[in-house]
Every structure is written in structure tokens, then in C-alpha cells.
Design a protein around this ligand. Structure first.
Ligand SMILES: [Zn+2]
Length: 345
């Protein structure tokens, strides 16, 4: 499973893909995701990306794939939509390696049935309108997912798409009011996997290490996460199998500090930031501390992904995860998925 590293273009550091930066370089970063909203907000940035291409304009090597998200969520918060023609023009000139349809309508759990159906119809309209070239269609995890699948299968051109992006899982997993139960969500995503066996499935917005397990067991091909950065900005670090710990006092996030045993683990951390700057580096404020924590978090995520893959490939996952993954609200879901995983073997 590919981890697509979510970026923020207003402060792109740490440049984890840059091999000349020994403190922050993570060789396993093979893909990053940027949002069209951030190009729309800065005409200079947009112009440069369109003139030079995304890779050169962001100084990201070609071997690292650049995924483009439409930024619809951000536009909607300002009460608007992604301008479809300018998005299309941007895609043509800036040449991302992967790009979704220009606009989707996210059915949040608190919406009424009518509102969710409206989102479904509007998103499917855009999917159909952009069923050509490389536009990746979007399906949403909602109470009406079955209808998305039906409509999708009724369109011949959509059927020929090689990739599908899946949105809307996050607000559901966060247990918003009227959110579906965890089990229901998993069944829905599982259904997408079973229906579209030969397509590459990308799951939008996976947060921490335990959700990686969920995505991998669901058979996703790629996921993206900005969690490494948002946590770092709050002074939080991710620890393998354990979850988040607070290492720098940057606000009241009600997250535990590492205990003595966890501090010992941290002292031995093999990420480039910890190897160079140690725990003191993680505790620093301002950009330096942020970069250390962000690098640590992303390294932890990539490392977790490697371990999951290795254990799944070697058929040792079932024995491994029980001791590795504790203290997570997703544990019951993961137990269910493991059961399903075994049934399908
Ligand atoms: Zn570290």
C-alpha cells in the first residue's frame, strides 16, 4: 500500500523527499498530495506550476509522484465550488501524476437522507462528465454507497477507469452524530473492494498508524495523510502501535505524555530527526521542533506500513498485530477485518 504524503504548500518544510537533507530525508516517500485550493489561493503559485510543471515548480524530483486533490472541502467552507474550467486547465498544464475529478459533494453523516442523495447525484454527475482522460472518479462512504456503485456500473466509460478514490470515511470514523457504526463503514468499503477487483483504490484522509491497519486490511492500494503535520503542529508525536503522545507543550490537546518505558523507546528511535537531534529536538518549538516531530511522525507511519505489509505477505499478521496494536479505538474493527481476511484466504 502506498502512503501518499499530504503537503501544505504555504509551509512545505520538512522536505522529506530531498536526499541532500540528512536530517529530514525519508527515502520511502514515493508520493505526495497537494490540494488545488492552495494553487487557487495563490495566483503566482498556480502560474508557476502551470509554466514549469508541478515537479519543477515545487522542486520535487520526478521519481516522487504528485497527486492532486481538488480541494472541494476547502472551497465549500468558503461557500463555493472548485471552478471546473480552471481546474481542468491547471491539470493539463501542471501535469500531476494523479488527479481527481474537479468537484465532489461530501455527504456528511449529519445530513438528512434527501441531502445525502443530492450529494450522491451531484458527485455522480461530475464523475460522468469527467469520465475521460485521467480524471479519477470519487465514491463516498455514505448511507447510499450501494447507489453510487450501481450508477457507476451503469456508465461504460466509468467502468473502464483504472483508479477510484474513496472519500467520506473520516467523518464517519470520527463518530459524528448519525455516523454509521464502524462495522457498517467497513462493510461498505469492503464492498467497493469486492466490486472493483481490478481497480486501484485510493482512500482519502487516513490519520494515524492504527487507521493504516484498517486501510491495508480493506485492501486499499493507496492512502493519503496529513496527520504527520497536524500532529506535529500540536506538539504531538506518533508512536508505533501505541498512538499519539504529547512531547511539546503547544496547547491543551488532552494527550498523554510518554511514560518512562515509552521514553526509552523514543531514545532508540531510528528516524533521521531523532537520530540527529534526539528527544530534545522533538521538544523544540517553532519550525525546528515542528520539522523534527513531523519527520518522526511520517517515518513512524511509513515504518508501520512496511511492517503491516511484511506481516501480511508472510502470513504472520494475525499473530503479530495482537501484541503490536493496543490502546486504539479501532482495535475491535481491526479484529473483525482480520476475521474476514482469514475467511477469504
Ligand atoms: Zn523519531
Amino acid at each position: 500500500m502506498e502512503i501518499v504524503v499530504g503537503l501544505n504548500l504555504t509551509s512545505i518544510k520538512p522536505r522529506v523527499w530531498d536526499a541532500s537533507d540528512f536530517t529530514y530525508h525519508l527515502p520511502k516517500v514515493n508520493a505526495v498530495m497537494v490540494s488545488y485550493a492552495q494553487f487557487h489561493e495563490s495566483p503566482t503559485r498556480r502560474e508557476r506550476a502551470m509554466t514549469k510543471g508541478l515537479h519543477e515548480s515545487l522542486d520535487i524530483p520526478k521519481r516522487v509522484k504528485i497527486y492532486l486533490d481538488n480541494g472541494a472541502f476547502r472551497f465549500s467552507r468558503a461557500g463555493g465550488e472548485v471552478p471546473r474550467d480552471t481546474y481542468k486547465e491547471f491539470v493539463k498544464e501542471a501535469k500531476p501524476d494523479w488527479h481527481v475529478i474537479p468537484q465532489d459533494y461530501i455527504p456528511t453523516p449529519h445530513m438528512s437522507d434527501e441531502e445525502q442523495i443530492e450529494c450522491l447525484q451531484q458527485t455522480m454527475d461530475v464523475n460522468k462528465q469527467f469520465n475521460y482522460d485521467g480524471f479519477v472518479p470519487i465514491l463516498h462512504v455514505s448511507r447510499y454507497l450501494d447507489n453510487y456503485i450501481q450508477l457507476f456500473n451503469a456508465d461504460e466509460k466509468l467502468q473502464n477507469k483504472t483508479s477510484i478514490a474513496i472519500g467520506g470515511i473520516v467523518p464517519n470514523l470520527l463518530r459524528a452524530p448519525k455516523a454509521m457504526s464502524g462495522q457498517k463503514i467497513l462493510e461498505k468499503v469492503y464492498k467497493i473492494r469486492e466490486t472493483f477487483v481490478d481497480k486501484k483504490l485510493h482512500l482519502f484522509g487516513v490519520g494515524g498508524t492504527s487507521t493504516l491497519h484498517v486501510a491495508a486490511l480493506l485492501g486499499m492500494d493507496s492512502v493519503d495523510s496529513v496527520g504527520w503535520r497536524t500532529r506535529a503542529a500540536r506538539g504531538l508525536i506518533q508512536m508505533p502501535g501505541i498512538g499519539d503522545r504529547s512531547i511539546a507543550d503547544l496547547g491543551n490537546w488532552k494527550v498523554r505524555e510518554p511514560n518512562t518505558q515509552e521514553m526509552k523507546l523514543l531514545e532508540k528511535c531510528q528516524c533521521p530527526a531523532c537520530k540527529k537531534n534526539g528527544i530534545d529536538g522533538l521538544r523544540k518549538n517553532r519550525t525546528v521542533g515542528f520539522c523534527n516531530r513531523a519527520t518522526h511522525n511520517l517515518w513512524t507511519l511509513l515504518e508501520e506500513n512496511r511492517l503491516i505489509q511484511e506481516h501480511l505477505d508472510a502470513d504472520t499478521y494475525v499473530d503479530w498485530y495482537k501484541d503490536h496494536l493496543y490502546n486504539t479505538i479501532y482495535r475491535p474493527l481491526i479484529d473483525q477485518l482480520v476475521k474476514k481476511h482469514l475467511e477469504h484466504k
